[in-house]
Ligand binder design. Structure first.
Ligand code: MEV
Length: 437
């Protein structure tokens, strides 16, 4: 079947869903019903969502939960988390409760520098290019004044612009490597606008410069921010005397602390484990990023690059026992915004930011790092004690029940039975089948 379509974006929303339903479904009415079921009955709200992207046909819901009792730098916070994975919010809440009675989380923003680059080629002498760059550098600042004015008023702007010789990587390859402070905005539009102006200035000035010979040409390839922000880093930490780690599942705190540190060390040296270890951290990070309307793809890309900064993919978190004190910490780069973008457009994102008491971008960095550390703590605590399956399957039970469209009565019977019996997919299926016999 040839399913190509011309001019799809110009069709009305109804025409689009009809095309989808008729092209891909043997019972188009069923498909249309599902699509329409997820439309918001508030027409204006639906239109807002429709206009976030092109060719919107409906909305895909992801649960928005909250993890309360996070003691961060001495203040209790409730963290909103948008995520579909069953056990994440429960694990975060448990870790929050655990650490609230052991001094809480400490979080510190180390720096907040963002990066953007103009990539270009130049086939002449590098010394001349450096001279040219030094001459025109002030012009990059003056030509972007209309873009930077507001940002400067908020205490941000362009920090520096450097010429970088990258000919060891590619023939004739140079960069303008610029650094920015974007305060409470993520800054993508601001940075990209500045960069495109730098590129224009660079080209125009090169054309008019008498430093270069006829055959020495400068060509801009592209101008774009970098999502790798190794100087926009936040650290989150928990620590307590080893003996204070005692609780229901930790009867021998010294043994637990040692095994926990070993688990982290394995992730530090072994990439297969490091990826899963960091995935657990990202369970917490992404859920808050999504709930607060930030760009999780940018954050993911930047964080994984940071995890490989020493040449091998490694753990983002670290742990030690020193003088009887257990310390567990995490450092991640995060370029976040609490103004602009979706933060002022999406009603639920606004609500989440209110729950977080309207944080600055720096405060949000702290909250996100703490959510990542809490998640990692919860995962490692389970992995080094009871294993994760008991907790996972408990949360997964609901999914299985829903899959079988259990009635209220069946739901009650299933939940009661599996309070005292081991949960596995097949055991639940068997139990439901027996119930229905
Ligand atoms: C599952 O989403 C995350 C874990 O695999 C993380 C880990 O192994 O550390 C439990």
């Amino acid at each position: 079947m040839n399913n190509a379509v011309a001019g799809f974006s110009k069709l009305s929303k109804n025409e689009k869903i009809n095309w989808i339903a008729n092209t891909y479904f043997s019972t188009p009415e069923e498909a249309l019903k599902i699509i329409r079921n997820y439309w918001n009955s508030d027409h204006k709200l639906q239109q807002l969502h429709d206009e976030f992207i092109e060719n919107t046909i409906t909305n895909l819901y992801i649960p928005l939960g909250v993890a309360p009792n996070f003691l961060i730098n001495g203040t209790y916070k409730t963290i909103p988390m948008a995520i579909e994975e069953s056990s994440v919010v429960a694990a975060a809440s448990k870790a929050a409760k655990f650490w609230a009675t052991r001094g809480g989380f400490k979080a510190t923003v180390m720096n907040t520098e963002k990066i953007g680059q103009v990539h270009f080629t130049f086939n002449g002498e590098a010394e001349k290019l450096q001279l040219f760059f030094d001459q025109i550098k002030p012009k990059f600042f003056s030509d972007t004044q209309s873009i930077t004015k507001n940002m400067q008023q908020r205490g941000g702007g362009i920090l520096d612009i450097q010429l970088r010789d990258k000919r060891n990587l590619l023939d004739n390859y140079f960069q303008l490597h610029a650094t920015f402070e974007t305060k409470d905005s993520m800054g993508a539009n601001f940075i990209n606008s500045c960069l495109e102006q730098f590129a224009t200035t660079l080209k125009e000035e090169a054309q008019n410069s008498d430093l270069f010979a006829q055959n020495e040409t400068l060509q801009v390839v592209m101008s774009i921010l970098s999502n790798y922000v190794p100087n926009c880093v936040v650290r989150a930490e928990v620590s307590c005397p080893v003996e204070d780690l005692t609780e229901k599942h930790i009867t021998n705190p010294q043994e637990f602390a040692e095994r926990f540190v070993q688990a982290v060390q394995i992730a530090e040296v072994e990439p297969f484990r490091a990826v899963t270890h960091n995935k657990g951290i990202m369970n917490g990070v992404d859920a808050v990023i999504l709930a607060t309307g930030n760009d999780f793809r940018a954050v993911e890309a930047g964080i994984h690059a940071y995890a490989s900064r020493n040449g091998q993919y490694s753990s983002l978190s670290h742990a030690k026992i020193e003088n009887g004190i257990f310390t567990f910490w995490l450092e991640i780069p995060l370029a976040l915004g609490t103004v602009g973008g979706l933060t002022s457009l999406h009603p639920l994102v606004k609500l989440c930011l209110e729950v977080l008491q309207k944080p600055s971008a720096r405060e949000l960095m702290e909250v996100v790092a703490v959510a990542g550390l809490a998640q990692n703590f919860a995962a490692l605590r389970s992995l080094t004690t009871n294993g994760i399956q008991a907790g996972h399957m408990k949360m997964h039970l609901n999914n299985i029940i829903n899959q079988f469209e259990a009635t209220e009565e069946e739901r009650h019977l299933i939940k009661t039975h599996f309070k005292t019996n081991a949960i596995s997919h097949s055991a639940v299926v068997e139990f439901i089948e027996n119930l229905r016999k």
